[in-house]
Design a binder for this molecule. Structure first.
Ligand code: ATP
Length: 233
């Protein structure tokens, strides 16, 4: 069942266009990986899907409803949530308070504090620490936990692995698999191409605000991806 249908959207920052006509389709419980070099438009696409950047052309349909012109708050309440790049924890709040902030937007559903702690037991141990006192990996877990508290049907993850040790990245992706198995659809932006392909059902490579290659985990071809990524012959 298609949950999210994006048709030929354009978007950007004021007079600057950053997406020049992007289409994608995401089904329930599936994971789509977005890869591409710096500046390709990956973050802009996630921001546009969450209503932070406005759709200037094309359409975004979610569960059959056109959400192209809804506010970010309205979109969050329908079940589309982003884990932003850089985690963005509230520095003066504890781990638990940071996680609970996720309830401010979103929907009711199965993701409650206990379930987040089940997914990330270390966060329960550290629940009274300030979020910013944690390691980078633990902060990333808080950011994912906070997003899950909004009970998303679509979770958009922007470069979760940035700056984290490989072993921590493996842990984070294992937990994302649990989230996916629970029926949440994922769009993951990932700089590490191997990691992206290993953890997706389908992938899309962006360059200069366009999708230049798409395929499935099974059909991913290293040379083709390198060509699409760098735009080389
Ligand atoms: P990165 O991996 O560096 O985050 P990205 O693929 O996510 O790259 P975007 O951040 O979406 O790329 O950037 C797409 C285009 O939009 C780039 O040309 C970038 O310079 C431009 N852009 C991004 N943020 C802004 C902004 N706040 N104001 C103006 N232009 C922006």
């Amino acid at each position: 069942m298609t949950l999210l249908e994006v048709e030929n959207i354009k978007s950007g920052y004021g007079p600057i266009t950053a997406l020049f006509g992007v289409s994608l389709s995401l089904s329930k419980g599936k994971t789509l990986a977005l890869i591409g070099a710096n500046g390709a438009g990956k973050t802009t696409l996630l921001r546009t899907l969450t209503g932070l950047n406005k759709v200037s052309d094309g359409s975004v349909t979610y569960e059959g409803q056109d959400i192209s012109s809804l506010s970010s708050h309205q979109i969050a309440s329908l079940g589309i949530t982003m884990v932003p790049e850089g985690r963005r924890l509230f520095p003066s709040l504890t781990v638990e308070e940071n996680i609970l902030m996720g309830r401010c937007s979103g929907r009711n559903g199965p993701w409650e504090l206990d379930k987040v702690y089940e997914l990330f037991p270390i966060l329960k141990e550290r629940r009274n620490h300030l979020g910013t006192m944690l390691s980078g990996g633990q902060q990333q877990m808080v950011a994912v936990g906070r997003a899950l508290m909004s009970n998303p049907q679509v979770l958009l993850c922007d470069e979760l692995s940035l700056g984290l040790a490989p072993i921590i990245v493996q842990d984070i992706y294992k937990t994302l698999q649990v989230v996916s198995d629970a029926g949440v659809s994922l769009i993951i932006v990932e700089q590490d191409i191997q990691q992206a392909i290993a953890n997706c059902d389908e992938f899309m490579c962006m360059r200069d605000g366009l999708i230049v290659l798409q395929g499935t985990k099974e059909t991913a071809n290293r040379a083709e991806i390198a060509h699409a990524y760098f735009g080389t012959d």
